[in-house]
Design a binder for this molecule. Sequence first.
Ligand SMILES: Cc1ncc(COP(=O)(O)O)c(C=O)c1O
Length: 421
Amino acid sequence: RAAQAGQTHVQLSSRRARPGPASAQTACPAPGPSSSWRRPIRSSCLTEFIFFADYSKSSGNYIVDVDGNTFAGHVHADLLSALSVALAIITLHCRRKCPSNRPALGVCPPSDWVDRPERQPATMMCGSCANENAIKMLFMRYMAKQRAGRPVSQQELDSTMLNERRAPRASPSCPSSAASTAAPWACLSCTRSKAIHKLDVPAFQWPAVDFPAYKYPLEQHQEHNAKQEKLSLVQVEETVNRQRATEPVAGLIVEPILAEGGDIHARPEYFKALRSLCSKLDVPLLVDEVQTGGGLCGTYWAHEQWGLDSPPDAVTFSKRTLLGGIYFSDNLVPDQQYRVYNTWLGEPSKVMLLEAVIRTIKEEKLMDSVLEAGTALTKGLEGLSQRYPQLINSPRGLGIMCAVDFADTNSRNEAVQRLRN
Ligand SMILES: Cc1ncc(COP(=O)(O)O)c(C=O)c1O
């Protein structure tokens, strides 16, 4: 109905029956090669999944798998109805205006794109795509500064086509887990997450810097933690200066919480000092909020909680924001067109869904719930780590992005397994 009425805003209204409570009918991962979770999907080079989800049965706080297990998860009941409305709108939109089922934002965006603000984030398909293009923007900004207003020469264009020009390096990336997974090449050169993703793929020689290694509880180890922050910042400065002796430095990339790197947190004081250091060194700061953005940390962006004097030069996002993208400051806007470009540049239906999500976050005051739940969760983890210090330690959290460290990998794996089952 919304689509037929030409409505472009998705209303989140329909309520579905919710599954729950959590219950496991089979072990998960289920044993044996015949179990659904282990079925190979060769086309995607993946053979091991945690489970196959049945999204038609999943809703609210519960995610249901094809074996009938119900796990705690997050599938907002309204998002599924929003999805069908958005798809209906997009389909109608496309039938009227575009000969494909997905407007190519890079070449023929839909007419309502004209009414959007002139300065808006660059939309992308995924987090890797966002980071890859943001890193490109760092290089472009560096070279634009070098040219100091001089137009790009024909010789530069010709040698670029022959891959002859030496590109400036976006370095250092800081530290163990910026951009992750089987990402494109620049992201792979940043990640320190899993060797298997990087194996056999050529890499740029971009250095990484150690994150502060805190002791918890933070308030009992202030001196140690402040020293760790200082060490990391000194390392950043030394690395930039050392790199500059041989290579240009185009930027520095950091995750607010090293997510795949083990949920390693750092204090706002650290990030504030890092921002100032980047400004002092004239190194643009790219904050990868692919894991932390979208509300899970209690604010739309984790970096909002750092109390920065000046914002990051670029912020990348994906995952909870449903589509990838880059916010960037004016100094990163390339001088020429077609420099941050691909066919789809994201997906308009995802933008509509994201708008719906943001409205729901506001209407249902979900950010308050995140803060409340995060406080309860962190307190709970602190309590558990006091009761079972031999098992878990270092409870920490920002919003509901909370973590503890286990004494060893086996006890971590066993806990995860038992929590699922
Ligand atoms: C911090 C960070 N950046 C970027 C990415 C890549 O995002 P995507 O998997 O959407 O390409 C990930 C993926 O997990 C990530 O954790």
